[in-house]
Design a protein around this ligand. Structure first.
Ligand code: 5GP
Ligand code: ZN
Length: 143
């Protein structure tokens, strides 16, 4: 079901123009208007779902099942030296459009437009700390 006032639902329906890369019954993929790197593509489910938290397993399954072939199509087209997949959930994590989407960001080397500030804290955790944390998350995982 299309969600009122959702720009990505409007893109799926053709009410807002987009540069379409791929479409089938479950999924739509199009070029991100920001083109962080050349070929930067968004893959979205046709079903409106706000973000990963609200996504039923079957929607996630159909969505991610298409990602490898779209990634390979971008790779074949622009010959990047790598590719990052990114999915932002909620505003503090940089989600700005509230229809689930996976960014495919082909990489071309230093200064290509994409950067992540990944800081390791591995020195702060012993294996026992990690095990205790993992158990808590595991206990909260829906059976
Ligand atoms: P987010 O920040 O939610 O992870 O990503 C949203 C992305 O949607 C941004 O990278 C932004 O450039 C892209 N975007 C927003 N509006 C439009 C639009 O109307 N058309 C296209 N093609 N991309 C859009
Ligand atoms: Zn939507």
């Amino acid at each position: 079901m299309a969600h009122e006032d959702c720009i990505f639902c409007k893109i799926i329906e053709g009410d807002i123009p987009s540069a379409k890369v791929y479409e089938d019954e479950h999924v739509f993929a199009f070029l991100d208007i920001s083109q962080v790197t050349k070929g930067h593509t968004l893959v979205i489910p046709k079903v409106h779902t706000k973000n990963i938290y609200e996504t039923p397993a079957n929607v996630a399954k159909e969505l991610f099942a298409r990602v490898p072939k779209i990634a390979n199509a971008i790779k074949k087209t622009y010959n990047p030296i790598g590719m990052n997949l990114l999915n932002n959930n909620e505003e503090p994590a940089d989600q700005s459009v509230f229809h689930l989407h996976i960014h495919l960001i082909p990489r071309y080397g230093e200064g290509d437009g994409y950067s992540s500030n990944w800081v390791t804290h591995s020195d702060d955790y012993e294996m026992t700390d990690l095990e205790a944390m993992a158990k808590k998350i595991s206990d909260n995982t829906e059976k």
